[in-house]
Structure formats: C-alpha cells, structure tokens
Design a protein. Structure first.
Length: 301
C-alpha cells in the first residue's frame, strides 16, 4: 500500500472503511470518528481528532500509518481531498461529494456507472461464497421462506421475492410494521427459512424478527453491510455484501449494487439446486414446478 500523501484522493475513506474489521478498539474509535465527520476530520488537528476518539495523538499517528500514510498530515490531506474543505451542505449530507450540483449529465452518468462498476468489482473480491451457498441450501430445503427489508433495503428483497416465486418457492415478502411482523413471526416453524436484508446491521425490527425466528427453530439469514454488526452475530447464516453501509446517497447506491449482486447470486444458486432435484422440473414457461403428488395444476403463469 502506498504511503505517499498524493495517493488516490478517492481512496482515503474507503481504506479506513475496509480496515475497520482488522483494527483494535482504539484504532477503531479513530476510524469511526473520522467516518462520522469526514469533513471535520479533513480540517482537524491531530490533538482534536485524538480527543474526539478518546485516545492519544500518538495513537492517531499509528492509525495513519496503519491505513497507508506517512502520518496524520498526509492522511488529513487525503481526507480533505475526498470531501472538500467547505462546510458540509445539505447536498453533501444527502448525496455526498462524488457528484456536485454543477456536474454535466454526462459526468453524472459516468460517476454513477463508475461507482456501480467499482462496487461490483470490490464486492466480488470479498464476498464469501460459502455463506451464500449455505443460504441457498437453507432456502432450497425450507418448507416456507420469509423475506424482510424496509425502505431502500426492500429493493433487492422485493426482486428476490419475485424471482423465488417465479421458480416455485413458497415465499413471502414482509415490509410491514412491527405489529404485523409479530403476527407473522407467530407462524414460524423449524421448517422455515427467514432472510432479512439490512445494510446497517442494527435495525431493531430486523433483529426482532430473526430472534423470533430462532426461537421457533427457523434458519435465519442476514444480508448486511456491516461486518461485526449485532445482526451478523444474531443469525445462523450472515452474508456480507462486500460493500460497507454508507452515510450519503452515492454510498448507498454502491451498496445497492452489491445487494443486487448477492441476492441475484442467491436466487441462481437456489434455481440450480431446484433444477437438479428429481422432484422438480422447469415447466414450459421456464419456471420450476413441483412434480410431487400434491402439486397444483399449472395455471400458465
């Protein structure tokens, strides 16, 4: 890893995000302080950052070298180039600094395409195929499959639901509030698989649902964007998408690309397993149909 202060200006915050799982508690506090206020970190003194992270300036210097810079001044310069030195505007808080209000449509398109391409490349490099295979096995074996995701997390979940339904999986998608989910949770059994998609890894509703599923003996799966999160530790099969949860829209956009990659991979692995099962076949329209004694007649859908 380069130690030059002129390293790629877009790489500083990403380096910090990717380093978090390997950091000790002190270094993690420094990383979290920077990521919580990157614009402030780009202007802060080493003493101020150390105070925010409840550590010493020497620890900040060691952290800077740990993520690939010669010292804190070089890291601070890289962070400042990432975020700009201007006060954080509403645009920056919502959309981020990768795209500016003055960018031409072609520039916006190129940035979005580049962001998605990098996200897919980065995700493919780190995603754990063994965990996706475990999730696919659980869904294939399950009598019923329950999916949950809220707000932006529901996008990839809803597509996964439609794809699984298309190949004959008994699947339900739940985007409703806690009271309705409590009623749903009351139907869980040990023959079910329950998958939640929550990028932050700390959503109370998702946690409550998987905890109820585990009490019922269901297999629980979490697709998430925060390694080491409470959600990852709470399920049978955690699947990290390879892109960490972000704070601005362009980071969420990158995360959605990795969500779609993982859920699409999951669907295809389930489809492969069902097509190889002698009790299942692809019907004329390309979907999978059950050939068991209790199979419903094909209605042509």
């Amino acid at each position: 890893m380069s130690t030059s202060p002129t390293a790629s200006p877009a790489s500083a915050l990403q380096r910090i995000r990717e380093a978090i799982p390997q950091l000790n508690p002190t270094a993690r506090r420094i990383a979290e302080a920077i990521l919580a206020d990157p614009l402030g970190a780009g202007d802060a003194s080493i003493t101020a950052l150390a105070a925010t992270a409840e550590t010493s300036p020497a620890a900040v210097s060691r952290f800077s070298r740990r993520v690939g810079y010669t010292g804190f001044p070089a890291l601070r310069s890289a962070i400042a180039l990432d975020n700009g030195r201007a006060a954080q505007s509403g645009w920056e808080r919502d959309i981020g600094t990768a795209i500016t209000p003055s960018d031409a449509p072609r520039d916006v398109l190129d940035i979005l395409a580049g962001t998605a391409a990098r996200a897919l490349r980065d995700a493919a490099a780190v995603v754990d195929l063994r965990q996706i295979e475990r999730a696919a096995e659980a869904i294939t074996r399950a009598e019923r499959v329950h999916l949950h995701g809220e707000w932006g997390d529901s996008v990839a979940v809803r597509e996964l639901y439609l794809r699984l339904l298309r190949i004959g999986v008994a699947v339900w998608c739940h985007e409703t509030g806690p009271r309705t989910l409590d009623l749903v949770a009351g139907t869980f059994t040990e023959r079910d698989a329950v998958l939640v998609l929550n990028r932050s890894g700390d959503d109370d509703t998702a946690l409550h649902l998987v905890q109820a599923a585990q009490r019922a003996g269901s297999t629980t799966i979490a697709v998430h964007g925060v390694p080491g999160s409470v959600l990852e530790e709470s399920v049978d099969v955690p699947v990290y998408t390879g892109i960490r949860n972000g704070t601005v829209w362009t980071q969420h956009f990158a995360g959605r690309a990795s969500d779609t990659l993982v859920t699409s991979m999951l669907w295809l692995l389930v489809a492969q397993r069902r097509s190889a099962d002698p009790t299942l076949r692809f019907v004329d329209d390309g979907t999978l149909g059950d050939l068991g004694d209790d199979a419903a007649p094909d209605d042509g859908r």
